[in-house]
Write a protein that binds this ligand. Structure first.
Ligand SMILES: Cc1cc2nc3c(=O)[nH]c(=O)nc-3n(C[C@H](O)[C@H](O)[C@H](O)COP(=O)(O)OP(=O)(O)OC[C@H]3O[C@@H](n4cnc5c(N)ncnc54)[C@H](O)[C@@H]3O)c2cc1C
Length: 351
């Protein structure tokens, strides 16, 4: 039997585990997917360009994230925004151009890609403490312990469990026995999961030709399939890409159709050079690792940081963490780390 099981190996689950390990407390992390990181996913293109399909930017006010980066000695750098930005309101009119000067209050990116932080956590936590490909479907109180069951009918036993999933997903995908209090269930069902349903894309290039033409790479479009686009050159200035978000309707197109439409859109702004790309990638964040089937819309950050997540349940054996439970910067990486630091502190006092 484990002392503690953490469900979910996203930034929250992993940073909780890291803090517990530092406090000398034993645990196991159980993750549904065959990879770590959850909403953090850095992919590498054909030319090895790191491209973020999930979390990318942070600000100087994100002190919990900055603290962890500094603990791991991971550097960061400013998002490139200097140059001509484009603003497109209608498809039949050329986009408006704005010159954006260098910005000292920029958004920042993590050197080597956001996954660097997941990798550092993994190395500190140790492979032996992580179980992959195990989707928890039931948590049941049994005598003086909790019994967890996964989709392959494996069982795990522990004294305490920390649920590090988006609350809305947790209440839809895990059966709790005995049932959780109604007040908690209702809040969980209506806690918005940040970025659930969003679609990110990246196009990898041999060089940042847009910069050579004076463009920053920042584009905002109300008429194209890509609604926001940014320069995605790496810290070393050796790998190049444009990256951004697609309109929600993009999920109705096939991958090939999305690719064709995005390259056409970029060609409209930058000419033929835009068609000489190395690779196109995109990711629709609508799988069952982030949202329930047939998910319904909730306003951004709705019920995030709700007081119900401060309580423990199932006779003080069940706890919640995850960015949606954070009181500040919920939804963001900073919130994930803040919530996890807090839960690890709390557990350290109980154990
Ligand atoms: C497209 C996108 C862009 C984003 N951009 C930014 C940004 O620029 N800046 C920023 O700060 N934040 C951004 N975010 C948000 C950021 O990614 C999250 O705040 C953070 O990664 C959340 O971590 P978490 O551990 O709380 O949750 P998650 O990352 O969702 O982790 C939950 C984990 O639980 C696993 N899981 C699910 N169900 C089960 C189950 N039943 N059993 C076991 N495991 C399960 C999942 O596979 C996942 O690994 C973005 C997110 C997305 C999707």
């Amino acid at each position: 039997m484990e002392d503690i099981i953490i469900i979910g190996a996203g930034l929250s689950g992993l940073s909780t585990a890291y803090r517990l390990k530092k406090a000398g407390i034993s645990f196991k992390i159980i993750e549904a997917q065959d990879r770590l990181g959850g909403r953090i996913e850095t992919i590498y293109g054909q030319d090895d360009t790191p491209m973020e399909m999930g979390a990318t930017w942070f600000g100087k006010e994100h002190v919990n994230l900055l603290g962890l980066l500094s603990e791991f000695n991971i550097g960061y750098f400013e998002q490139h925004t200097e140059g001509i930005a484009l603003f497109e309101t209608m498809s039949f009119e050329p986009p408006q151009q704005f010159y954006v000067p260098a910005n000292s209050h920029s958004a920042y990116r993590i050197q080597g890609g956001t996954y660097s932080i997941i990798d550092a956590l993994y190395r500190h936590i140790g492979k032996e403490n992580i179980v992959l490909n195990s989707k928890i479907i039931e948590i049941a109180a049994e005598d003086n312990k909790l019994k967890l069951t996964d989709n392959l009918e494996n069982h795990f036993f522990c004294k305490y469990v920390i649920v590090a999933l988006p609350p809305k997903l947790a209440i839809h995908s895990i059966q709790f026995s005995p049932e959780l209090p109604q007040a908690l269930i209702q809040v969980m069902q209506k806690t918005q999961t940040w970025m659930s349903g969003s679609i990110k894309f990246s196009v990898e290039y041999k060089k940042a030709f847009w910069k050579d033409k004076g463009f920053s790479g920042s584009i905002y479009s109300q008429s194209g399939l890509a609604t926001e686009i940014y320069d995605h050159t790496n810290y070393e200035d050796t790998k190049f890409a444009l990256k951004g978000f697609l309109n929600g309707s993009a999920s109705h197109y096939t991958f090939a159709e999305r690719k064709e439409k995005i390259i056409d859109q970029l060609k409209r702004y930058f000419g033929n050079e835009a068609t000489e790309f190395i690779s196109y990638n995109d990711k629709i964040w609508n799988d069952t690792y982030i949202q329930p089937n047939n998910d319904t819309f909730l306003p951004p950050h709705f019920n995030n940081g709700h007081a119900v997540f401060d309580e423990s349940y199932m006779s003080n054996k069940l706890f919640f963490t995850g960015t949606e439970t954070a009181k500040t910067f919920s939804g963001y990486m900073d919130g994930a780390i803040k919530a996890s630091n807090a839960i690890a502190d709390r557990i350290s006092k109980i154990i």
